[in-house]
Design a binder for this molecule. Structure first.
Ligand SMILES: [Zn+2]
Length: 262
């Protein structure tokens, strides 16, 4: 009984984290039962081999059936952390890949690179990519803000391992949406602070100029439907395009990353 609960919990966890991991785990259990040879960490090795084969070989081949493909990497488009790729959170519709490529073109000659965070899983619309409930259809992707060093030099480094959870909060005189949401009882609004996986590069600052340039390049794409950023940063960066929106208190703060969608 306890073993069954353990299997179920691990299946659920792997599914939530990677979409395919739970299924790969069940297949590994079945294989393990039929394959009699015993050796240490047999189940783990079976799972790891099958998972890596699936992630890097089978899933990219199957995803186009569901209208999705991997985010295409170039010199200026890369994941902020390779975990995103390892966990199969790097799938988008081809139009979104084109939007990113056009944005990178528009930024050519600047020091600004596109560092993406969670996108979507490879399969099935309405299969949510936790903790972002809206990333379920291949049309959404999160991007890292642009940061700069103390000397004002733009860098492609970030301030947390995951790329999430380090907020550039409201300053005096700016709208304080996080406080408003907190007062309205939305306790999860600031929950990304638990998802940093560790703080790094404490010397870096939010780059107003760099982030504004990145957003301007994104807004040049007509396919861009909406871009979410916290109201105080919208004001600070002087963003007036109607596609720059506020996501609402039921979502999470967007002063640690940008969210965009087709
Ligand atoms: Zn998002």
């Amino acid at each position: 009984m306890i073993r069954a609960i353990g299997i179920l919990l691990l299946f659920a966890l792997l599914t939530v984290l990677t979409q395919i991991g739970g299924l790969v785990y069940l297949i590994s259990l079945l294989l393990n039962r039929t394959w009699k040879t015993r050796f240490p960490v047999k189940l783990f090795l079976t799972f790891a081999t099958l998972y890596l084969l699936s992630t890097f070989l089978f899933v990219p081949l199957l995803a186009p059936v569901f209208g999705r493909e991997k985010v295409e990497h170039t010199a200026s488009i890369r994941p902020a952390t390779y975990l995103t790729v390892l966990l199969n959170r790097n799938y988008v519709r081809p139009e979104l890949n084109r939007l990113l490529a056009q944005t990178a073109n528009a930024l050519e000659g600047t020091p600004i690179a596109i560092r993406y965070l969670d996108a979507n899983f490879p399969f099935l619309d309405r299969f949510p990519l936790a903790p972002h409930l809206s990333h379920h259809d291949g049309r959404k992707i999160d991007l890292s803000f642009v940061y700069e060093t103390e000397a004002g030099q733009i860098t492609d480094r970030r301030k947390s391992v995951s790329g999430y959870g380090i907020f550039t909060g409201p300053e005096q005189g700016e709208p304080d949406q996080p406080a408003t949401c907190r007062e309205q009882g939305h306790r999860w609004y600031g929950s990304a602070r638990y998802l940093t996986l560790g703080r790094i590069n404490r010397d870096l600052h939010f780059s107003e100029k760099g982030t504004r340039q990145l957003i301007d390049a994104l807004l040049k794409n007509r396919q861009l439907g909406k871009l979410f950023i916290e109201p105080h940063l919208k004001q600070r960066l002087g963003l007036t395009d109607p596609r720059v929106r506020y996501q609402g208190c039921w979502s999470v703060r967007h002063d640690d990353h940008l969210h965009l969608q087709l």
